[in-house]
Ligand binder design. Structure first.
Ligand code: LMG
Ligand code: NDP
Ligand code: PMR
Length: 407
């Protein structure tokens, strides 16, 4: 608590110091070759090992024209920040970006990449304050480039407390990145959040759902030129890919488990009402993340101009995400991804990708699920049928609102 209070004070100072910062105007990657496995496979059967010439970073996949059109119905552009508009506003302040789970892996690498630009103040929203502080220090993040604030997504009270604390710090909120996640592939029994939701969906989806619903007002109030809400997704939740077809596959079914509260007592701990499986629960939670991003886009983009986005950053096979997997998996998985699937990316590279979605003036399109090809050029990827199901997105939203006490 004392540490948290101290961080609030220091953040108040750092924000004022940062008023001379300018908008991140990092250049976008050029059109390059696509990777074999990192990109989506077209629906069900046709392998979409699309060659580089068919994809550009704006995502026009000619072979998947129908699918691309479907994807674009949920995606509309906001005016991007051009160099000339930057010239007019030379004294643009530093952007404030909240990154959940910034104490390791992708979140830490993203925080570091953003801090290094000198254009962002990163609020590291973490459940382990000391771990986050140590991680920021050992990553070499400049002291005034970040503030650690406590957030445990496995407790809705903690989420509300975080929002209160953040507001007390009187920083504008310009970008929110919902990155934190847990993965329990070897759990034979479910465990639960403070409110009694199965832990993976409770943390990865419901905690972030409440957080972003509450913070949307703060984003609305920001005067920053490009406000964004980013929810990290994954290839393994998309059954239109090879990776998404490795069992157990994501499937939300008719949401009967979610609607009954995921508590494992009078209902199943799984969204679809089935038997508990930790790996499936994680993949289901990623589907919820990707559906939530699109539902946000449909409900709020036009009115607020906020850019909503999701992404698959690549397979970062070395992160803490696999901490609960068996040692054999942990040792074989990185070489498997590096040399066989070629889907592997380093934490640093993945951090740059997510930082791009946070600040690149070329990535202002809303409703998009970004991916990168082998040479790290971004493109609009296509979500699986379930992960782009409009009706399911609406129902997940409505049921989640009830579970987190918003309806
Ligand atoms: C479930 O098991 C668990 O039950 C569940 O609890 C949860 O953990 C879940 O998704 C998580 O997994 C799934 C099961 C896969 O997982 C495993 O058995 C472990 C797989 C380990 C993955 C790493 C394998 C590494 C093997 C290669 C060694 C690398 C060496 C690197 C050096 C390279 C040098 C060049 O279960 C299934 O997926 C079921 C279907 C199994 C199909 C198996 C097909 C094998 C295909 C292998 C590669 C495909 C790539 C093609 C190219 C190959 C060219 C050689
Ligand atoms: P890590 O385990 O390294 O990072 C996850 C972060 O989430 C950690 O900082 C962890 O905190 C935090 N976290 C976990 N539970 C909570 C909680 N209850 N409250 C607050 N924070 C919490 O994994 P990754 O960096 O790999 O994962 C980051 C994101 O990337 C996830 O959304 C994941 O789904 C996604 N992703 C990862 C891929 C990969 O290959 N690794 C591929 C595709 C997507 P602590 O440090 O305290 O444990
Ligand atoms: Mg996968 C073909 C490409 C590919 C890619 C890009 C991934 C990404 N995986 C691929 C293929 C395969 N995987 C194949 C062929 C197999 C069977 C051997 C396989 C297995 C596998 C396992 C057991 N893969 C896994 C696991 C995990 O436990 C990871 C997981 O599902 O976590 C939910 C995982 C992953 N594979 C990926 C990625 C990115 C993951 C990590 C997690 C995530 O989605 O966030």
């Amino acid at each position: 608590m004392a540490l948290q209070a101290a961080s609030l004070v220091s953040s108040a100072f750092s924000v004022r110091k940062d008023l001379q910062g300018k908008l991140n105007a990092s250049s976008s990657p050029s059109l390059k070759e696509s990777s074999l496995f990192g990109v989506s496979l077209s629906d069900q059967t046709k392998a979409d090992f699309v060659s580089s010439s068919l994809r550009c970073k704006r995502g026009h996949n000619l072979r998947n024209k129908g699918a691309t059109i479907r994807a674009q119905t949920i995606a509309t552009s906001t005016p991007s920040v051009t160099p000339s508009s930057l010239d007019r506003k030379k004294t643009l302040r530093k952007g404030n970006v909240v990154v959940t789970g910034a104490s390791s892996g992708l979140g830490l690498a993203t925080a570091k990449a953003l801090a290094e630009t000198g254009k962002w103040h990163v609020i590291m929203a973490c459940r382990d304050f000391l771990k986050a502080e140590r991680a920021a220090k050992s990553a070499g993040m400049p002291k005034d480039s970040y503030t650690v604030m406590h957030l445990d997504l496995g407790s809705l009270d903690s989420v509300r407390q975080f929002v209160d604390n953040f507001r007390r710090a009187e920083m504008p909120l310009d970008v929110l990145v919902c990155n934190a996640a847990i993965y329990q592939p070897t759990a034979s029994q479910p465990t639960y959040t403070a409110e009694g939701f199965e832990l993976s969906v409770g943390t990865n989806h419901l905690g972030h759902f409440l957080l972003s619903r509450l913070l949307i007002d703060d984003l609305k109030n920001s005067d920053y030129p490009s406000k964004r809400l980013i929810i990290v997704g994954s290839i393994t939740g998309n059954t239109n890919t090879l990776a998404g077809n490795v069992p157990p596959k994501a499937n939300l079914g008719d949401l009967r488990g979610l609607a009954s509260g995921l508590n494992g007592l009078n209902s199943s701990a799984m969204i679809d009402g089935g038997d508990f499986n930790g790996a499936k629960a994680y993949k289901d939670s990623k589907v919820c993340n990707m559906l939530t991003m699109q539902e946000f886009h449909r409900r709020f983009h036009e009115e607020t101009g906020i850019t909503f986005a999701s992404l698959y950053p690549g397979c970062i096979a070395t992160t803490g995400l696999f901490r609960e997997h068996i040692p054999l998996f942990r040792s074989l998985f990185p070489p498997f991804q590096k040399y066989i699937t070629k889907g592997y990316v380093s934490e640093a590279e993945a951090g740059k990708r997510l930082a791009q979605v946070v600040g690149d003036p070329n990535l202002t399109k809303s409703g998009v699920y970004w991916s990168w090809n082998k040479t790290s050029a971004s493109f609009e990827n296509q979500l699986s049928q379930e992960a782009s199901d409009v009706e399911k997105a609406r129902r997940v939203w409505e049921v989640s609102e009830k579970l987190v006490g918003l309806a």
